[in-house]
Design a protein around this ligand. Structure first.
Ligand code: CP
Ligand code: NVA
Length: 296
């Protein structure tokens, strides 16, 4: 079956390191190796960064990006994913796909003969996390990646899941700090034997952190739960009181978009420790490296 990237768990440590190396190369040179190839982008949810960074990456590789609006396709009139995947495989060389249900992603992959790249699902955001771990390594290069304390605050869904999986593969020192019942399901992720620490107390979790990462409390598609979530997560905001307990040289990360004064204050988001724009910038190199890895 064609190699796809539906989950971080589709990659080995060696393959992730290979992608990091490719990112290093793409930072200094683009190459037009994929002239004549076409890469589709099917987004069933909103996106600014992921869509744009992939479109730019595809162009920089010499290939042609084709944005596919789902409501213009026959999928929205009931044509099956399996049939659509077969047709897409006749025209496209790869598909970048954002959807809610990870099962849709799997169905696409099973019926395709082209690589499918998960551009976010409710379960995972692999391209984001690969890019973010590269950014951590790039910015804190004096420290050993495996020795840094990385602390994630917030909801235990897509970003947290991908972070847990990459932490397990690369043997990272990860603390997940979520309110009870919002933690990632390590059993479902097949990570019961990992070293990931679950800590419900934010002050304990942040102690001596090198990396603080947060994400929205109400993800796309969860809007109906917003009121309840604002209550359940209120003690998990990343603000200056909390970040003052981390290592002075810590970096603050957020995949964006942020909900200001919910999971993070404006002060922290734009503090000197914040690396949110570096994260966004590196998404282009990650997209190039991942596509090159899957297409070459
Ligand atoms: N970080 C991220 O995936 O952003 P978008 O939703 O804007 O693509
Ligand atoms: N958890 C967020 C990530 C957005 C990039 C969401 O799914 O909306």
């Amino acid at each position: 079956m064609t190699k796809s990237l539906l989950s971080v768990s589709d990659l080995s440590r060696k393959e992730i390191e290979k992608i990091f190396k490719k990112m290093n190369n793409f930072k200094t040179k683009s190459f037009m190796r994929y002239k004549g190839k076409s890469v589709g982008l099917l987004f069933e949810k909103h996106s600014t960064r992921t869509r744009l960074s992939f479109e730019v990456a595809i162009s920089r590789l010499g290939a042609y990006p084709i944005y596919i609006n789902k409501s213009d396709t026959q999928i929205s009139r009931g044509e099956s994913i399996a049939e659509t995947a077969k047709i897409f495989s006749l025209y496209l060389d790869a598909l970048i796909y954002r959807t809610s249900d990870q099962e849709n992603m799997k169905k696409f992959h099973e019926s395709s003969s082209i690589p499918i790249v998960n551009a976010l699902s409710d379960d995972e955001h692999p391209t984001q996390i690969i890019s973010d771990v590269y950014t951590i390594n790039e910015l804190l290069k004096k420290k050993n990646l495996q020795k840094m304390k990385i602390v994630y605050f917030g909801d235990g869904n897509n970003i947290a899941n991908s972070l847990c999986i990459i932490a397990d593969i690369l043997n990272l020192n990860l603390v997940i700090c979520c309110p009870k019942s919002y933690e990632p399901d390590l059993k479902k992720l097949n990570l019961v034997n990992s070293n990931i620490i679950m800590e419900n107390n934010p002050k304990k979790a942040v102690h001596k952190a090198d990396v603080i990462y947060t994400d929205v409390w109400t993800s796309m598609g969860m809007e109906k739960q917003e009121k309840q979530r604002l209550k359940d997560f209120k003690d998990y905001q990343v603000n200056q009181d909390l970040t003052s307990l981390a290592n002075k040289s810590h970096i603050f990360m957020h995949c964006l978009p942020a909900h200001i004064d919910e999971e993070v204050t404006l002060e922290v988001l734009h503090s000197k420790n914040s690396v949110i724009y570096k994260q966004a910038e590196n998404k282009v190199y990650a997209a190039m490296a991942i596509l090159d890895f899957l297409l070459s």
